[in-house]
Design a binder for this molecule. Structure first.
Ligand code: NI
Length: 165
């Protein structure tokens, strides 16, 4: 197990589209386990592989209070969604910044598990928000990309100031 370095916005690597996992292997499982450890230590409720500089379509999510409900999605796809919901979001790659983002209220997601087996899951509430946020990372989208240019520039300035001090 290892704690991985989390890329910080506006790192251009956060805007790259991740590749599908061709085969779920021991390497994949090692990465999943490192990602989970990194997420738990941060602490956060979701992490996508591109955030740790691995351009693969893998996300880990755990919205439980005691970090004991890890969910792993490899090559996740949203196959159905409905409703609209706005929720305040944050991101380990954009520390200290929170903003309200519109998402689907309910989703149905299809993915591979750690054994390479296909499964489907219906999610709503925080879990649905979190999965959509993490899948966005696989497509090179960070939640602040939904905000206006002016707001984004302000966030970048604030993050740069934070790094310097
Ligand atoms: Ni994020």
């Amino acid at each position: 197990m290892a704690i991985l370095n989390i890329l910080r916005y506006p790192d251009p690597r956060l805007h790259m589209v991740a590749d599908e996992v061709a085969e779920v292997s021991d390497d994949t499982r090692q990465l999943v386990s490192d990602m989970a450890e990194t997420m738990y230590q941060a602490p956060g409720i979701g992490l996508a592989a591109p955030q740790v500089d691995r351009l693969l379509r893998i996300i880990v999510v755990d919205i439980s209070e005691h970090q004991n409900d890890l969910r792993v999605f490899i090559n996740p796809q949203i196959i159905d969604k409905d409703g609209v919901r706005e929720c305040e979001e944050g991101c380990l790659s954009v520390p200290g910044i929170y903003a309200s983002i519109q998402r689907a209220e309910r989703i149905r997601v299809r993915a591979l598990d750690e054994n390479g087996k296909t499964f489907e899951l219906e999610a709503d509430g925080l879990l649905a928000v979190c999965i959509q946020h993490e899948i966005d990372h696989l497509d090179g989208r960070v939640f602040v990309d939904y905000l206006s240019r002016i707001k984004r520039d302000r966030i970048i300035k604030k993050l740069k100031k934070g790094t310097r001090s």
